[in-house]
Ligand binder design. Structure first.
Ligand code: HEM
Length: 410
């Protein structure tokens, strides 16, 4: 690839630029030569506007920690906002697309459901599910790990958190998958999102009448301390729809990307087999390595300066956590997958006020999945090169065919 002067030859607003996974070479170049880079709009750039691309750890960290200057809602006199390159209609309403007191208000309420005790309670059920998953695999079998195994725990966990009855899960997950696979603004995506919204509406109505033991019921019935009111039906529906891409898709992609890293680095897998106590650092390394939620966007609320570049009020600023997590200035040998890495201050779960609400659940799912995989004594190997989902927002593996080469029962 040639990069003349300061212009890069890859369109980061085009999902197809991610067809072979994350373009690490582009970002390695950017971190060195243009850490705060102005990306001109192209024929496919949403809203037809250019945007800043921030690639170094130090500056990504600086932006996420400064929500006053870099807004998740909207910035300056702009009407659009959100956390994707494209302005989102949900900006100012959805938890991850709000700032200041509105964000604090929403976050405080949903946090009432996501308690440590509530998350820990899910462990037993997740273990049963994982054990079952691995016990069914036979020696010699060829299986698409990314489709058949990786999504199982994350979608089960989110459905359990949201109290979705088992009988509805298959339909719901199909709508979600189809919606995510379609281009976000397409008719298909809108159709599926509508179905999910309608489903959420009826579930919320049921749970209002008959609260159950799930986390979502707790959130539906939680009250704001100031005035005793609860989240509106719109806010609850938005939260419901947010948790599938934010919680299930991300964790699925970490599981398949983590497995690929272990298969490509057999010495790391063997280390983990020999010392299961390394699981804690291994999980953080998997999240750093895979960083499924690869970039966020903020909007500058005022004219400012970053890395010597003048940023104007209202401009879109994208910060690339995947690039930050491979920054040589922060991590030693960042392109080396190391299950013992410690410290590991990755930005895979974000940082600051928007720090991932589901981080402890995601860590639990990863722990259970990989612990049960090791305990199952299965040996697997890659059967063909993986394919990637062409998406710049949630980078991840589309297909990963593996073969079960050994199944010992000890
Ligand atoms: C490996 C798995 C996961 C990764 C890599 C991940 C990553 C992230 C990141 C980077 C953010 C920050 C967003 C921002 O700064 O704008 C975030 C926020 C969020 N995550 Fe996760 N996440 C994961 C799993 C989950 C799970 C399992 C759930 C829910 C059960 C969840 C729910 C959320 C929510 C609701 C927010 C918004 C929080 C806020 O804006 O206050 N995530 N996540």
């Amino acid at each position: 690839m040639t990069r003349e002067d300061t212009s890069i030859q890859v369109d980061l607003s085009d999902d197809l630029s991610f067809s072979n996974g994350f373009p690490h070479d582009v970002f390695s170049w950017l971190r060195i030569h243009e850490p705060v880079y102005w990306h001109e709009p192209t024929s496919v750039t949403p809203d037809g506007e250019g945007f800043w691309v921030v690639s170094r750890y130090e500056q990504v960290n600086e932006i996420i920690r400064n929500p006053v200057l870099f807004s998740s809602d909207k910035g300056g006199d702009r009407t659009g906002g959100g956390t994707a390159i494209k302005d989102e209609k949900t900006a100012g309403k959805l938890l991850n697309q709000t700032d200041g007191s509105q964000h604090k208000r929403l976050r405080a309420l949903v946090q009432k459901g996501f308690t440590v005790t509530a998350i820990n309670k899910l462990e037993g059920d997740l273990r049963v599910k994982a054990k079952h998953l691995f016990s069914q695999l036979k020696c010699g079998e060829r299986v698409d790990f990314a489709r058949a195994l990786a999504p199982e725990l994350p979608s089960h966990a989110i459905c359990t958190v949201l109290g979705v009855p088992k009988s509805d899960r298959l339909d719901l997950c199909t709508w979600i998958d189809q919606g995510i696979e379609a281009e976000s603004s397409s008719v298909i995506a809108v159709e599926y999102l509508k179905k999910v919204r309608e489903y959420a509406k009826s579930l919320i109505a049921q749970k209002k009448e008959n609260p159950e033991e799930d986390i979502f019921s707790k959130i539906i019935h939680a009250k704001f301390e100031e005035d005793g009111s609860s989240l509106s039906d719109y806010e609850l529906g938005s939260f419901f729809a947010l948790l599938f891409p934010a919680g299930a898709e991300t964790t699925t992609r970490s599981i398949s990307g983590g497995m690929l890293a272990l298969l490509e680095n057999p010495n790391q897998l063997e280390q983990l087999r020999g010392k299961p106590e390394l699981m804690k650092t291994a999980i953080e390394e998997i999240v750093r390595w895979t960083t499924p939620s690869v970039y966020k966007r903020r909007t500058a609320t005022t004219d400012t300066e970053l890395g010597g570049k003048k940023i104007f009020m209202g401009q879109k600023v994208t910060l690339w956590e995947m690039s930050a997590n491979r920054d040589e200035a922060m991590f030693s040998h960042p392109f080396h997958f190391d299950v013992t890495r410690d410290p590991n201050k990755h930005l895979g779960f974000g940082v600051g006020v928007h720090f991932c609400l589901g981080a402890s659940l995601a860590r639990l799912e990863l722990k259970v999945f990989f612990e049960e995989f090791l305990k199952s004594n299965l040996r697997v190997e890659l059967d063909q090169p993986v394919t990637w989902v062409p998406n710049n927002r949630l980078v991840g593996i589309k297909n990963m065919f593996v073969r079960i080469t050994e199944r010992t029962n000890s």
